[in-house]
Design a protein around this ligand. Structure first.
Ligand code: ABU
Length: 484
């Protein structure tokens, strides 16, 4: 490696090395889109740790050759999971967008930090441009709106609680929680666990997060009089069912009781790009803050998540500490573009370029078509499941998002009456089939229990590569693996 640039005369070796890396990546990208390739080549942790063929995780004292470094690159991809494969249906974030990948390469090459305009002039302006665009899609007027890209939906949700608390109790920043009343937060029982986690991290206590029954009127939560309610999280696209809370009804209550309304649209935000589906988020314009993860439904390579805050300046006031070595106020440019002090981080990765580049390449309409296609896939799966007697839908209604939840009913359980015995046996079916799926490497789909429902499969579509033939394959493969 020591002969690579910046070593004098290292141009040729560097070009040759990086071209080989590009060839490895192109081979991977090409294989990821082929249905004949495996989704994964599964090994248990101990097998990978022990080392396989030329692949070892151990860190050497002496440098390895560049040939070995290329082998390491190849093997790292070989033993990983092809999340861009058309049959990777396991996670809300999936797909392999070529322009997005180009954006990530460029970002790594630029190797800079989002904290100041000084070191990221173009990326800081791109962040501003993206945030403004996303705010206008939310329906916020030009004179409001702020935000920041941060590491994932959980951190975006954490920001929402942080700024909400600061909005009502600015003294918390300097004097801490001791000077505040005991605060209560509200969210639905199917919302993301990050609401509770954030309440714990922020010193409010996870037990002070009230989980509202999904079929109850949200007004019922306000009877918890011992605490002071200040924050309501509404979910636009729950993680398992893909359900949408009634945003306008929740906004009415928040308005009436002067509560902060946050919308966790980490998953559902992408539907705003679709003229066909955006009405599912009606009322989002009334939110005080919104989480929106373009790395989920919009297929942007991980990570790409925004927290959007309606009240301008709040993020800065809440989080700034004005470190003078970084955020000098006497710089030679408009220092309002040193946006890093809005963040709870210091160093911040450039997550915006790949999204900006993809937006340029697809236009808003391209994202809309991508979202429509994923929801069409969900409807197709739903229709297939309705027709088959070896599967049972968890929710009888048509999916609101691209999540479709179902049980596979093996021959031994068909016709057995509902009850604890059937439930106990059904609970084991999905994990067993998932294990077989992974070992075979043919397809990947998630499962979980939820509430009183025993383990069921959750299929989610966010991967533009997935076609109806993959859905047919999924159902046939579950049947094959389930009947072994
Ligand atoms: N809440 C992060 C995404 C989880 C999932 O992919 O299922």
């Amino acid at each position: 490696f020591s002969n690579l640039l910046p070593a004098p005369g290292g141009e040729e070796l560097t070009r040759g090395f990086l071209q080989e890396v590009v060839d490895i990546l192109l081979g991977y990208i090409s294989k990821s889109s082929q249905r004949s390739s495996k989704v994964l080549d599964f090994h248990h942790p101990h097998q990978l740790k022990e080392g396989l063929e030329c692949f070892s995780l151990d860190l050497p004292d002496q440098p390895e050759t560049l040939e070995q470094i290329l082998v390491d690159c190849r093997d790292t991809l070989k033993y990983g999971v092809r999340t861009g494969h058309p049959r990777f249906l396991n996670q809300l974030s999936s797909g392999l967008d070529v322009v997005g990948v180009a954006g990530e390469w460029l970002t790594s090459t630029a190797n800079t930090n989002m904290f100041t305009y000084e070191v990221s002039p173009v990326f800081v302006l791109m962040e501003e441009c993206l945030l403004k665009k996303m705010q206008s899609i939310l329906g916020w007027s030009d004179d409001v709106g702020d935000g920041i890209f941060c590491p994932g939906g959980t951190i975006s949700n954490l920001y929402s609680i942080l700024v909400a608390r600061y909005h009502f109790y600015p003294e918390v920043k300097t004097r801490g929680m001791g000077v505040l009343p005991q605060l209560a937060l509200f969210t639905s029982e199917q919302s993301h666990y990050s609401v509770k986690k954030s309440a714990a991290v922020l010193g409010m206590g996870s037990e002070n997060v009230f989980m509202v029954k999904c079929d109850e009127r949200p007004a019922s939560v306000l009877s918890h009089q011992a605490l002071v309610p200040f924050y309501v999280n509404a979910t636009a696209g729950t993680t398992v069912y893909g359900a949408f809370d009634p945003l306008n009804a929740i906004a009415d209550i928040c308005q009436r009781y002067t509560l902060w309304m946050h919308v966790d649209a980490a998953w559902g935000g992408g539907l705003l790009m679709s003229d066909r589906h955006k009405m599912k988020l009606q009322g989002i314009e009334r939110a005080c803050s919104v989480t929106w993860n373009p790395h989920k439904m919009m297929g942007v390579p991980l990570q790409c998540s925004a927290i959007l805050v309606k009240k301008r300046g709040l993020l800065q006031e809440c989080n700034d500490f004005g470190a003078e070595y970084l955020f000098q106020t006497d710089k030679n440019y408009d220092v309002s573009y040193d946006t890093g002090d809005k963040s709870i981080q210091c160093g911040r990765h450039v997550d915006v370029f790949k999204l900006w580049l993809m937006w340029k390449a697809k236009g808003s309409e391209g994202f809309g078509s991508q979202v429509n296609k994923c929801l069409e896939n969900a409807e197709y799966l739903y229709d297939q499941l309705q027709r088959r007697t070896d599967f049972e839908l968890v929710l009888k209604n048509k999916p609101e998002h691209s999540n479709v939840c179902f049980w596979y009913i093996p021959p031994s359980l068909r016709g057995q009456p509902p009850g604890p015995d059937r439930d106990a046996r059904l609970h084991q079916v999905a994990p067993r089939i998932k294990g077989r799926m992974m070992e075979k490497g043919s397809v990947m789909i998630g499962y979980q229990p939820l509430g009183d429902k025993v383990n069921f499969f959750r299929c989610v579509f966010s991967n533009p590569a997935t076609q109806q033939e993959d859905i047919d394959f999924l159902l046939d493969e579950i049947t094959r693996l389930g009947d072994i």
